[in-house]
Design a protein around this ligand. Structure first.
Ligand code: DAH
Length: 357
């Protein structure tokens, strides 16, 4: 019996899988197994012999059975460990580099601009792209006869005969949002408004739909010096460099007095556009101190409040930063261009995390 026990316990310990364990079980304690055969021999024994051999055989059977279940459990554990090891997968790995969609440079730049101005305390305001000619012109001190209306190459909405609603236009600039936000929040205020605008114009640096970001800051003691500081800070953060040459030029807008236009130093050499070098200047924005009539149109008392405003071309500063020499490419929907100039969807620009990485 000791030999039997030793033989089967060794076989069980060495069993490689459940199937061989089952073979061992059948050979040892199955109906026709070795232990069963021994049990049959009990009949031929004397009662005294049987009293010793019977319990010993039962004990042997139990021992073999429990060794088998213990081994079965150990094999299952090992199988699970092996599966966990081989099927392990690192969910922190980056996704495939084959990107399907990208963020358009205009969207990216709008986010970058918003992140920078948010840091200086400006919030985002919005207005409709189809607006009345009052918001787009009159309220901004551009009356009906003013040449600026013609200069702007405005798209007018069609009006059916007998329609006596006020004339609507595709907004020619984001400036009408100045009026809307003054009406909504009064003074003091600091807002920017990024968005699409429309003019009938088409060449290398003009498209009929383009993007601007309007800025407006109104308070009791705001001056041109504040305007200049904000714009310089913006340009430094946006281009992620310390030295970008800016040129403030005296100018004229009906809605500001005094007014200034700002150009940025650039080069077009070899068909590529580079910022901060060369002898060319690209106009990126108009600005000035908000005209008292504009404050009045927005319901703000010009005797008590003053402020600055600016309107910047988003597409222009996108061209400058990302070296896109032709504005029209932004709107061509050429997938190869979009893959090249687009941005990864999850790289949200922040000042601390990096704007464009
Ligand atoms: N609205 C002007 C344009 O589209 C840009 C502009 C100039 C906006 C001066 C302003 C400003 O807010 O103060 O050309």
């Amino acid at each position: 019996m000791d030999d039997l026990k030793a033989k089967y316990l060794t076989q069980i310990a060495d069993a490689a899988n459940e199937a061989s364990l089952e073979d061992i079980r059948i050979a040892a304690v199955g109906k026709k197994g070795e232990v069963a055969l021994k049990m049959r021999e009990l009949g031929k024994m004397t009662p005294e012999e049987r009293q010793v051999a019977g319990p010993a055989l039962n004990a042997l059977k139990d021992e073999i059975n429990s060794a088998i279940s213990a081994k079965k459990a150990a094999l299952a554990d090992a199988a699970l460990d092996e599966r966990l090891r081989s099927e392990w997968l690192d969910v922190t790995l980056p996704t495939r580099t084959q990107r399907r969609g990208t963020i358009h440079p205009i969207s990216q730049v709008s986010e970058e601009v918003t992140a920078i101005f948010a840091e200086i305390g400006f919030s985002v305001a919005e207005g409709p792209r189809i607006d009345t000619d009052w918001y787009n012109f009159d309220a901004l001190n551009i009356p009906g006869h003013h040449p600026a209306r013609a200069e702007m190459d405005t798209f007018y909405m069609h009006r059916a005969e007998g329609d006596n609603r006020p004339p609507h236009v595709l907004r020619t600039h984001t400036s009408p949002v100045q009026i809307r936000s003054m009406e909504a929040t009064g003074a003091p205020t600091r807002i920017i408004c990024p968005g699409g605008v429309y003019r009938a114009d088409y060449d290398q640096t003009h498209t009929p739909m383009f993007h601007q970001v309007e800025g407006l800051a109104i308070d009791k003691d705001i001056s041109m010096a504040n305007l200049k500081w904000v714009l310089e800070e913006f340009v430094k953060s946006y281009f992620e460099v310390d030295g970008v040459d800016l040129r403030f030029r005296a100018s004229h807008f009906p809605f500001t007095e005094p007014s200034a236009e700002v150009d940025i130093r650039c080069s077009w050499e070899g068909g590529t556009l580079k910022v901060g070098e060369g002898d060319d200047w690209l106009e990126i924005l108009g600005s000035g101190m908000v005209h008292p009539k504009v404050l009045e149109a927005g319901g703000i008392d010009p005797a008590e409040w003053q402020g600055f405003a600016f309107g910047m071309g988003i597409d222009r500063i996108a061209m400058l930063k990302y070296g896109v020499p032709d504005l029209r490419a932004f709107f061509d929907s050429d997938l190869r261009w979009l893959r090249h100039y687009g941005f990864a969807a999850l790289d949200v620009p922040t000042l601390h995390g990096g704007l464009s990485r």
